[in-house]
Design a protein around this ligand. Structure first.
Ligand SMILES: [Zn+2]
Ligand SMILES: [Zn+2]
Length: 142
């Protein structure tokens, strides 16, 4: 079981089982949503996931894409999309233990900010990978 929380602690979640995939996203939407130069993501099957406490508020950031956030402190808390049914995307930095996270690849690397220097040797994809929530390579930000 792994847990995560927002800045104020009112919105919390937990999941059991394995993380399906873990990556960095450099797309402009994620960046603006988090006001951060890059966003660390992990994916879990929805059936292994649940909100704790009061649960998040949700905004439809583009058609069929729902971004969850804490209604009290505003922290981004999750991502779901119609084109990615059955999967919940969570922010690695929300983990109770964010130091225990191992991103495996980059997506939307073509949008990386020029001043952000990342010298890892992970695979770097310009777009996203289109697979299912059960697939370790799966990632679809949309
Ligand atoms: Zn909060
Ligand atoms: Zn993104």
């Amino acid at each position: 079981m792994r847990r995560g929380r927002c800045l104020c602690g009112e919105t919390r979640w937990e999941f059991h089982g394995e993380i399906t995939w873990a990556c960095y996203c450099h797309c402009d939407d994620c960046r603006r949503n988090c006001a951060a130069p890059v966003v660390g993501w992990l994916g879990v099957p929805m059936r292994n996931f649940k909100w704790l406490g009061v649960g998040p508020k949700t905004v439809e950031s583009s058609k069929g894409v729902r971004r969850h956030f804490c209604g009290k402190c505003g922290s981004p808390m999750g991502f779901e999309a119609d084109h990615y049914p059955g999967g919940m995307h969570l922010y690695a930095a929300s983990l109770e233990d964010p130091e225990n996270f191992e991103p495996a690849f980059h997506v939307n690397y073509g949008s990386k900010l020029p001043w952000l220097r990342m010298n890892d040797d992970l695979p770097k994809y310009d777009g996203t990978l289109l697979t299912s929530p059960e697939d370790p390579k799966g990632y679809n930000q949309g």
